[in-house]
Design a protein around this ligand. Structure first.
Ligand SMILES: C[S@@+](CC[C@H](N)C(=O)[O-])C[C@H]1O[C@@H](n2cnc3c(N)ncnc32)[C@H](O)[C@@H]1O
Length: 278
């Protein structure tokens, strides 16, 4: 009873606000194997596991990677994990809120069945830094979020910016019955890998986001109309042709490659005073 109270106390500290998530532990061996294989780990890799729970992924990960950094917010899980990992020095268990934790400075991968309710905060943390530490990852996301992150086109400037740096690929649907307790909806395995080279260099990320936000402020606008304030009519003709963009195409339907081409054309040809500001 005392232990139960202690556990509740340590979670309650983080439970306030809308960001606390339920604990949906993976119990399907095939899904665990597939998730880990999706990350293509090497014995020299450092893996960050976000939300280690009872260690369903932590220990299989330790068989593949050189070092596992397992982060978990719940003190009861942390205590149990530390006991279990006692004789495995390459597993480091950290009790922390991932949103507040400093990420490894050197190259690392991520494999995780993440707390769904903080999906955006986690991706923001992993993908928005200019450094190149985060290499690739295999994440279980809510199916809806997985679709949003991997579909061919998007209306979200920030997501578009991430996709200029990273490849997102949906690998498999994970039925809700593969978790205990099951979440409300099915999930999916998503592979994320740093593009080399990126479609837009990381140092231009903010400028690209401002460009995308401006162009997408009216997603149904035709490309030629949306870009009219940025390019002169003569430039626009060439720029659209180079990006293989039909004048009648709505900006919400631009492909990632077309976005990248239009942005590079802006940097090259448009007068800087016409560039959208963030
Ligand atoms: C979906 S469960 C996954 C558990 C385990 N990896 C598995 O697959 O069985 C998510 C885990 O993240 C933990 N968690 C929730 N919010 C967190 C946060 N902000 N930082 C770190 N861990 C968190 C939960 O306590 C839970 O153990």
């Amino acid at each position: 009873m005392r232990k139960h109270n202690k556990r509740n106390r340590s979670i309650r500290k983080y439970k306030s606000g809308p960001n606390f998530t339920g604990q949906h532990l993976l119990h399907n061996p095939k899904t665990i194997k597939q998730l880990i294989e999706t990350a293509s780990l090497q014995p020299t890799d450092t893996v960050l596991e976000i939300g280690a729970g009872k260690g369903a992924l932590t220990f299989p990960l330790a068989e593949k990677a050189g070092r596992v950094i397992a982060v978990e917010i719940d003190s009861a899980y942390v205590e149990a994990l530390r006991l279990k990992a006692k004789c495995q020095p390459h597993i480091q268990i950290i009790q922390s809120d991932i949103r507040e934790m400093r990420l490894p400075a050197g190259p690392f991968c991520v494999v995780a069945n993440i707390p769904f309710s903080i999906t955006t905060a986690i991706l923001e943390k992993l993908l928005s830094v200019e450094g190149k530490a985060f290499q690739r990852g295999a994440l279980i996301l809510e199916k809806g979020a997985a679709r949003r992150f991997t579909q061919d086109t998007t209306r979200e400037p920030r997501l578009l910016m991430w996709r200029m740096q990273f490849l997102f690929e949906m690998r498999a649907i994970v039925p809700r019955t593969h978790f205990a307790p099951p979440p409300r909806v099915d999930a999916a395995i998503v592979r994320i890998a740093r593009r080399d080279p990126p479609l837009v260099p990381a140092k231009e990320g903010k400028r690209f986001a401002a460009f995308a936000a401006y162009v997408l402020s009216h997603p149904r606008l035709l490309a030629a109309d949306a870009l009219r304030e940025i390019f002169t009519p003569a430039q626009l003709k060439v720029v659209l042709k180079n990006a293989k963009v039909d004048r009648e195409l709505a900006v919400a339907s631009l492909s990632l490659e077309q976005w990248a081409s239009l942005f590079h054309s802006m940097l090259q040809h448009a007068a800087p005073y016409r560039w959208p500001k963030g």
